[in-house]
Ligand binder design. Sequence first.
Ligand SMILES: [Zn+2]
Length: 511
Amino acid sequence: MAHFTVLRGGRVLDAAGRDAPFRDILIEDGTIRAIGAPGLEAPADATRVDASRHLLHPGLVNGHTHGSGALLRGFRDRMNLELLLIVTPARFANQTLQIKYLNTYLGAIEMALKGCTLAYDLTFGLPVASIEELIVMGQAYRDAGIRAVMAPMLADTSFYAAQPGLLESLPPELRGLVSESGGTDAAEILRLMEEALRTWPHDRDHVKLGVAPTIPTHCSDELMRGSDRLVREYGTVMQSHIGEAKYQVVAAEARYGKSMLAHVDDLGLLGPHFSVAHGIWLDDDDLKRLADKGASISHNPGSNMRLGSGIADSRRMLELGVNLAIGTDGPASADNQNMYEAMRAAAQVSYVRQPDHRKWLTAPEIVRAATEGGARLAGMEHVGVLAPGKRADIVFLSLEHPNWTPINDPANQLVLVEDATAVRHVMVDGRFIVRDGRHVSADLARLAVEAEAARDHMARANADAAAKVAKLEDAVTAFCRGLSSKPYRVERYAAFPCRCEETGGFSAEAV
Ligand SMILES: [Zn+2]
């Protein structure tokens, strides 16, 4: 028998209208059936929820994160992308199945508490995680109550092989510390990925598998094409880190004779199921290719600042018709999993990109990206909007919180004021997963004890590998700085040209 719930007395966010009218919401078995003026007709036996003095908005969608990194949040400051990429594999190693679950669960609980109900998680790749472990990490999202796309990060080319000239640049005593091998070969990775897709046990409306050839330069063309075949065959989504750091796009151009994104397009990978993570160093041609194929970008402004990667041109992405989502990125590179903070950062970085305020992102554009845009990027269009026919994933913000006292413009306040401290309840499928500011099932005290123990275990088990990698840091960062000082078609640094000590001069063509 159908079960009805009716939310009465709340104000429903209308971001585009910069309004929040009083509306009742009728939910049938987790799906919104009607939204109407106060007094909306509902079956007599409907469960009544008092939403008065609350603003209701769609659950936020995190367009890009890494569930593998919660135990490493805040582990290091002054870290750029190349440091992250060489340091974290050593630090992430030796995670038991229980620790992988814990990592994912911690991130999912944090997101739930902060109003996010769907995350696109680029998780441990195959075979770093087994299929069994992927299933257990999927269960972490089910247990936390939020939705997820879990896309294993696939790679068959090492960081050192991905940058032409890097290995040769290393002094002989360091060269022996790195392996050129990318590990498992493409055919085996694809075999595992296909088996995982074929046998995935979780309800795909809640937790589905995607595919993430992690960075194109870290993947052979065989792996990229094979990933594309699987995505199309199994009707799922794909995401890849493209144009994140300048050194990568310069290296990619040297390798492919065209941009990283153009290479991916020419391999045939783009489509509505395809999304780019970051997309900072993309030019107009790259963005047009994405727009023409109906693809998306997860704009991750907090991470882009944290890693010093640059300031993406989000206005240009919208102007050229790319579907925009917003993401936090993973806890190892962007620390917290707060989509309100990511929205605020998206606003602020659009303001500092250029003096013409008419080109800055508006609050309604940002809210749309963090909800509807993210749902489209994730291929989960049954969420992201509060409307009849959509699933009832709803955040209740207390209007008695200082963030909302008084209400001037609900869209602006969601983006520029809210910081997740006014989140009072969160519903997924019309059921509370957070009530009165507390997760309904998570035991945070126990999680803290488990997280401390897991952190200690990883630190002990990975000490030797971390020490070995530390010896490479200076040489690798110097090489990447050299690439980053080269001219490129677009400029995404806040201040450039910069004097680069290694190259001993100013970069020739800035802006
Ligand atoms: Zn990432």
